[in-house]
Design a protein around this ligand. Structure first.
Ligand SMILES: Nc1nc2c(c(=O)[nH]1)N[C@H]1C(S)=C(S)[C@@H](COP(=O)(O)O)O[C@H]1N2
Ligand SMILES: [Mo]
Length: 541
């Protein structure tokens, strides 16, 4: 009984000290951009080291729930290890010490492998955290058994049983111990909290993107050419005003988010460089400033994740600003007729090592593939790739839309990019899809006129027709289409249904610009994108 009491005491002291140590690392993270969050870095490493097949069976990236789970699990596991080490410190101090150092090493290696971190700052942080944690553990475990304050507290509280059974000393010692542990936990949480507050603008919470300012300058092209081509506001006819219809141009804060990063890399636009290399005549590097001085355009492009289930929300429509990828390639001495086997694939590489790859020909066939640095008139949000990313109309994000882009390499087709290596399909054209937005599955409606509306997309082919069925696919009705913004953007539709009492199965299907209707055959997102008709059930009263 006594032994297990001591064992659990040291374990608790260890866990409490772990909280303090983690608090120190979070504070350092808040104070310095050169120190990534240790917890997030370790969780990130776990995610990276997990074999592709395990994490990618169903979804190709980490959803928000997985992120919270991974981080929570990392914290709990760390505290459990701290508990074990503190316990070991009684029976086997050398092993315990080795464990503490190992724990520190895992933290240092993970954190210093994050882009933008400084090994020295990270190692220093770890040293302080370990020292603070170990000192706290020792202090807690040596807290006096007859702490006068604790004694008073014990007297004031009705702990009758322990007094009577003569366990009073233990009870008092335990109070002092609990008070000390509690204090250490509170201190750790306070440090972590302070770190979060301090990091508010510089590291943890992402800053709001600034308005994009493009430099005026001499267009390299002929006189009369516009250097920075912008789009007029979308015409009214491109939107259908119905409750529940998604906005035609997704506001950046609502833009879907998918990547392998637990926390977005923070790049400095002033030092950022894009290197264009590989099988080109003229490899070069370009700075952010130089990029913005090139001719730029705005384009409405719908981006979709291959993991998007039928009817899902991993699709958004952005108004992007950027330089045509074809202009960048021209600068490198690459044109459509010059593509060889050695330059068949365009690989986009991110600062974090993430890669995408697609046929170089697609960047040179006239579509508005962009080296993008603006979204909705602002700089790219950090989460969406600040300062620069790729956006290619018609391709799923995993093969094309490299965020935090630092390198474009022209190479052969045999190279497999990040998700292709992890069993996803090599080419990744976006499949024609449509979604019902204005009515929800399971909804009860009132009889009468019901607008069934939503969006349909088939970037770069465009949408030519959308049909709605209210009888589970037996009959189809042409929906009214809003004016098309661009063949690269989704298109809104609505069908006014005269709803009669009973249960009904609603479906939607779209036909792309080439006249091909989306397939009714249902398939999961893996390996090349979900297919099938979005189907919902409603009851009308
Ligand atoms: N650096 C980097 N870029 C990335 C990814 C990533 O994990 N890392 N994910 C890709 C995937 S799978 C998609 S669908 C899009 C999503 O872009 P968004 O988060 O801006 O919507 O980014 C792509 N670019
Ligand atoms: Mo994706």
């Amino acid at each position: 009984m006594n032994l297990s009491g001591n064992a659990s005491k040291s374990a608790l002291a260890g866990a409490a000290s772990g909280v303090l140590a983690l608090g120190v690392t979070e504070l350092a993270h808040g104070l310095s951009p050169a120190v990534p969050s240790f917890v997030v870095s370790v969780a990130q490493q776990v995610a990276r080291l997990t074999p592709g097949r395990v994490v990618t069976g169903a979804i190709e990236t980490l959803g928000t729930a997985d992120v919270a789970f991974l981080i929570g699990a990392t914290v709990l596991l760390t505290l459990a290890v701290c508990a074990l080490l503190a316990h070991l410190s009684r029976s086997n101090p050398p092993v315990s010490l080795a464990g503490v150092l190992l724990l520190g090493a895992v933290g240092v290696l993970s954190a210093s492998s994050e882009p933008g971190s400084s090994f020295l700052a990270v190692a220093l942080t770890a040293a302080v955290a370990l020292a603070a944690g170990s000192a706290a553990a020792l202090l807690i475990l040596r807290s006096p058994r007859r702490d006068p304050g604790a004694l008073t507290a014990a007297r004031e509280l009705p702990v009758g049983r322990s007094r009577q059974t003569g366990e009073r000393e233990v009870s008092v010692g335990r109070r002092g111990f609990l008070a000390a542990s509690g204090l250490v936990v509170v201190a750790g949480l306070a440090l972590a909290g302070a770190g979060r507050l301090l990091g508010g603008s510089s590291s943890l919470r992402t800053p709001r993107p600034r308005r994009l300012k493009l430099p005026a300058g001499n267009p390299k092209k002929g006189a009369g050419d516009v250097l920075h081509e912008t789009l007029p506001p979308p015409p009214k006819a491109a939107s259908i005003e119905v409750k529940g219809m998604p906005e035609l141009i997704t506001p950046p804060r609502d833009f879907y988010l998918i990547d392998t990063e637990l926390s977005s890399p923070r790049l400095d636009a002033d030092t950022w460089k894009l290197s264009v290399k590989g099988a080109v005549d003229n490899p070069f590097e370009i700075s952010y400033k130089e990029l913005l001085e090139m001719p730029t355009i705005e384009a409405d492009i719908t981006l979709c994740c291959v993991s998007n289930p039928v009817g899902g929300g991993l699709v958004s429509n952005g108004r992007w600003t950027g330089v045509l990828l074809s202009d960048i390639l021209k600068e490198a001495g690459m044109s459509r007729d010059e593509i060889t086997r050695a330059s068949e694939q365009l690989v986009g590489r991110s600062v974090d090592g993430f890669t995408t790859g697609f046929r170089t020909a697609l960047a040179l066939d006239g579509r508005r593939a962009l080296v993008a640095f603006g979204l909705d008139g602002d700089q790219l949000p950090v989460k969406h790739g600040y300062p620069v990313r790729l956006v290619v109309p018609g391709l799923y994000g995993y093969v094309s839309a490299t965020k935090w882009l630092t390198e474009i390499e022209l190479t052969g087709w045999s190279y497999d990019a990040y998700w292709v290596r992890r069993t996803w399909s090599k080419q990744g054209p976006i499949k024609t899809q449509s979604r019902i937005d204005t009515v929800k599955d399971g909804q009860t409606l009132e009889a009468g006129k019901v607008p069934i509306g939503g969006v349909a997309w088939a970037p770069h082919r465009g949408i030519s027709k959308v049909e709605v069925s209210t009888d589970g696919g037996r009959s189809w009705h042409a929906a009214k289409l809003a004016r098309s913004l661009s063949p690269d953007a989704w298109r809104q539709y609505v069908y006014y249904w005269n709803a009669t009492p009973g249960s009904h199965t609603l479906q939607v299907r779209a036909t792309d610009g080439t006249g091909k209707t989306q397939t009714p055959r249902q398939s999961p997102p893996h390996p090349s994108g979900a297919t099938g008709y979005h189907t919902i059930r409603v009851s009308v009263s």
